[in-house]
Design a protein around this ligand. Sequence first.
Ligand code: FA5
Length: 344
Amino acid sequence: MNDIKKHLETIKQEFLKELAQVTTQQQLEEVRVKYLSRQGVITTLTQQVKELSLEDKRLYGPLFKDIKESTQQAFEQRQENLQALKLSQEAEKLAYFDVTASQPLFSKGSLHPYSQVIQLVQDVVISMGYEVIDGPEVETAYHNFEALNIPENHPARDMQDTFWLTLPGLLMRTHTSSVEVHAMQKRTLPLAVFAPGRTYRNEATDASHDFMFMQAEGLFIDKKVSLSHLFATVKTFLQALFETKDLSIRIRPSYFPFVEPGVEIDMSCPFCTQGCSICKKTRWIEICGAGLTHPHVLKACNINPNEYSGFAFGFGLTRLVMLKYGITDIRLLHTNRIEFLKQF
Ligand code: FA5
């Protein structure tokens, strides 16, 4: 009978070992089915007590009873532990669930300050009846200079240091005035076009000059166009752009070979009333070059200057962006530094 005792003890130890390894309800159920169900190893074993003689029953009955009860107890204990573990895990999850917690930070993109200002400027000129057009950045000397009344060897070519390409007669456009020529050659009259875009100059860079920057150009050609149309247009444009009627313009004579007369237009500072660092305490800001389209330019584009006249105005769009956002170094706009761009 010592064998029975040993066998009972072995089964019990196997059961306890498997029970200790259980970590899920499903594993617990598997152990129950294996050992404690109606066909289970321990149930079957303990039922063998009935087959013992009276003497053995008296002797070993308590052993069978013990294995039945102690395994059942161990099972229930493990079941309770698992249940408690599950509850505490759920409670832990709930404890960290904070409906007011903020979302993890994610990077949100934004439009480059250039794009923002271009959009604004375009909205204004479109509302004034202009069509926004584009032109090539790689340009012919003809469109960039000759058709604009700047023939070869003319000293005015030195006003804009040029990046010449190795292909003869080709260059990186030095100003958006070249788009005027394309527009006048291709379009029917009257025309009102506006051309923003990149321009290039072979210049040393500093805080206010770069070798690549943006300009924008407005051109209006019709019959009997005069300087007063030009001034009214530029003033209306600037007032809309800076969202104030309290903005006046000041005209100074200037020279650009493709306009006659040529002028520089200053605007009253929209950022102060007493003088500030932006207007250098002068209350005026230089804003654009302009003038009436030169008859030579009209002729070069097959427009009869006796019938038609027009005006053009061009400004540094980069300068406008810098003014609007108080950017003091032009190079920041072109270096793609994320700390800088994040601010817009
Ligand atoms: C012109 O380029 C003329 N095409 C403008 C014009 C158009 C006059 C129509 C008359 C009629 P200017 O060279 O001054 O002009 O350049 C215009 C603006 O471009 C300047 O006022 C300045 O704001 C900007 N600019 C010129 N060079 C640079 C540079 N290296 N870096 C940044 N901005 C520049």
